[in-house]
Design a protein around this ligand. Structure first.
Ligand code: GAR
Length: 190
């Protein structure tokens, strides 16, 4: 069983989907820590209800990003975390975490990378009139949504689809694709 940490900044629907997948026995893992960088994020309450230990740290309260990530690393090591899963964590990762967790940090992004990296990827794709949209899961490197792609799923944007419908479709894909991809990755079949 993999000992994993999920990092999130916001709503936490992907955190919940991964946790549900573990509870159902689909994913052989335990979320031993949720790391949150936004003290008001809704994901904190979700983790509390699910009795998942949560580490809430505000980067601005540390003298540097290095100190911030060192504090995270310390807890990850104490808990013997093997894999880091970014689920809506809106911050770049530096060498402090990348070096000890090389090839063991993955991220989900709501676009067909390499298109529409960074914030508001769905809004960017809609503004560009994208005919195909989707979700990517990739290894994390020091860049913004630039690491090697592990899996992607796309759909055709139908004429007249509203932003809300598109977001709904993207999130529905994310909630299934992330667990399935992690399962294959950790079983060594991906
Ligand atoms: C997800 O759509 C995820 O793909 C995106 O943030 C959302 C988090 O939702 N991540 C990025 O844009 C990363 N660049 P959630 O908090 O409900 O899981």
């Amino acid at each position: 069983m993999k000992r994993i940490a999920v990092f999130a900044s916001g709503t936490g629907s992907n955190f919940e989907a991964i946790h549900d997948s573990i509870l159902k026995g689909n994913l052989d893992a335990e979320i031993v820590l949720l790391v949150v960088d936004q003290p008001k994020a809704a994901v904190i309450e979700k983790a509390k209800r699910r009795q998942v230990e949560t580490l809430v740290l505000s980067p601005k309260e540390f003298p540097s990003k290095k100190d911030y990530e060192t504090a995270i690393l310390q807890r990850l090591q104490e808990l013997k975390v093997e894999e880091i899963v970014l689920a809506g964590y809106m911050r770049l990762i530096t060498d402090v975490l990348l070096t000890p967790y090389q090839n063991h940090i993955v991220n989900i992004h709501p676009s067909l990378l390499p298109d529409f990296k960074g914030k508001d990827a769905i809004g960017q794709a809609v503004a560009a009139g994208a005919k195909k949209m989707g979700v990517s899961i990739h290894y994390v490197d020091s860049g913004m949504d630039t690491g090697t792609i592990i899996s992607q799923e796309s759909f055709d944007v139908e004429k007249g689809m509203t932003l809300e419908e598109i977001e709904h479709r993207i999130h529905a894909i994310e909630h299934v694709l992330y667990s399935n991809t992690l399962k294959k990755l950790w079983e060594g079949t991906k």
